[in-house]
Design a protein. Structure first.
Length: 237
């Protein structure tokens, strides 16, 4: 089968185009199968869980602070009452008992004040941690949105490029003779339909040809349509 110069040029471009199509299809398949947001999403969920746990701990801590504060108010109120009774009483035995109770209440007051201070310091630390986790969660959310947006854009770009290449391939096929076009499309159903002979190898199957095959191909007229002896793709020299 003879090729015109125009057909040969079209087949050269088709060979380059087929290689681009292969790469784009592989890239598109990887994009469709991959989840680039998986790691960011895992980190986001981890931080969200830590934040929820810290907020729950903060609520428990606030309940504890409230309880201690209420107990402290009761102790102080009881101390004021006992001190008032001491001042009003003239009974030495009653005064001694009240003084002993005031001493006990005063120790209890000190314990409660220490506990309250510790809990408030812990609460302050939790507030700082919650602030850090909140900022980290927001940052991860933004990163997640960017990753997903970039992934979607890459997939869209690959899809659009594939469409453009297919349109161009169809245009080039129309420039071929019916016989050559039919041969091309028949081979396209089984693999890469056309390849270039580069450094003794076929770009369609990427296999090195034997010296005998190369000699036979090179002895054929340049306008004669030849095929790769390994993959049967149309081979352009």
């Amino acid at each position: 089968m003879k090729l015109t110069e125009a057909e040969r040029d079209s087949l050269v471009e088709l060979a380059e185009l087929e290689m681009q199509l292969q790469k784009l299809k592989a890239s598109k398949s990887r994009l469709e199968a991959s989840d680039p947001a998986e790691q960011a999403n895992a980190e986001f969920l981890e931080v969200s869980e830590k934040l929820s746990a810290s907020r729950a701990e903060q609520e428990d801590m606030q309940l504890e602070v409230t309880r201690i504060s209420e107990d402290l108010e009761l102790v102080e109120s009881r101390m004021l009452r006992d001190q008032g009774l001491i001042q009003q009483s003239s009974n030495s035995s009653e005064i001694t008992g009240l003084q002993h109770e005031v001493e006990t209440l005063n120790r209890r007051k000190g314990e409660l004040e220490t506990d309250l201070l510790e809990k408030m310091e812990q609460q302050e630390s939790l507030t700082a941690i919650i602030g850090q986790l909140t900022a980290q969660k927001q940052s991860l959310r933004e990163q997640l949105e960017v990753v997903e947006k970039n992934h979607d854009q890459e997939l869209l770009d690959a899809t659009n490029q594939l469409k453009e290449l297919v349109v161009r391939r169809n245009e080039l096929l129309e420039s071929l003779s019916d016989e050559t076009s039919a041969d091309y499309q028949r081979k396209a159903t089984r693999g890469v339909p056309v390849g270039l002979l580069r450094e003794g190898a076929c770009t369609a199957c990427h296999l090195n040809l034997t010296a005998t095959d190369l000699s036979a191909i090179r002895s054929t007229d340049v306008d004669e349509l030849v095929h790769c002896p390994e993959c049967q793709a149309i081979l352009i020299r």
